[in-house]
Design a protein around this ligand. Structure first.
Ligand SMILES: [Zn+2]
Length: 186
């Protein structure tokens, strides 16, 4: 099954780009049904001037930008990355990231991230700002892109985002072959 595709006009078309990095974001939209759809609607508005490749909530994944195109999600780091927006807030504490809704978001987002890593040969490892500056390949947060390039003050997915748990889920998803949903490539 392909992901639902709600196309954003806020993209830079790219014919052949190398994808090195998966960037994790929080939507700053609360934990509820329809959060991914609400985020996709925002990205579908040309006035928004922002986008990401995927929007993930507890029940749904919506793709908004083809992976081969450049989404406008992390200033300074867009050209070689795929952006994934998670329902929730950068201000969530550890408890917030452990409730059943967030666990479902993390599992779904991990499957999406595992798929991106598999399609583009990206190592399933955490990157910080220095790694991004060194052009290493892997998975980081918007805050790490902000640290690396100094072109944004966004700090999502926040200081309490459970990176270790998330990376375990990404690796488990890759092992389990739970990456069968096809991204829109056409
Ligand atoms: Zn962000």
């Amino acid at each position: 099954m392909p992901y639902a595709f709600v196309e954003s006009p806020n993209v830079t078309r790219a014919e052949r780009r190398r994808i090195d990095v998966v960037v994790i974001h929080t939507m700053e939209i609360g934990e509820r049904d329809g959060a991914a759809a609400a985020c996709a609607r925002w990205f579908a508005d040309p006035a928004a001037q922002v986008s990401a490749h995927y929007c993930v909530d507890a029940g749904t994944v919506i793709q908004c930008v083809r992976e081969r195109d450049i989404a406008w999600h992390a200033r300074g780091g867009n050209g070689n990355s795929v952006g994934i927006e998670l329902a929730g807030f950068a201000g969530q504490g550890a408890d917030g990231w452990s409730d059943p809704y967030s666990q479902a978001v993390l599992e779904r987002a991990a499957a999406v991230a595992a798929g991106v890593c598999a399609r583009h040969g990206i190592p399933m490892r955490r990157l910080r700002g220095a790694d991004l500056r060194a052009r290493r390949r892997g998975i980081g947060g918007h805050a790490d892109v902000s640290d690396a390039f100094g072109k944004s003050d966004h700090r999502d997915p926040g200081p309490d985002f459970p990176w270790q748990r998330f990376l375990r889920l990404v690796r488990a998803s890759a092992r389990g072959g739970d990456v069968v949903e096809r991204a829109a490539q056409a």
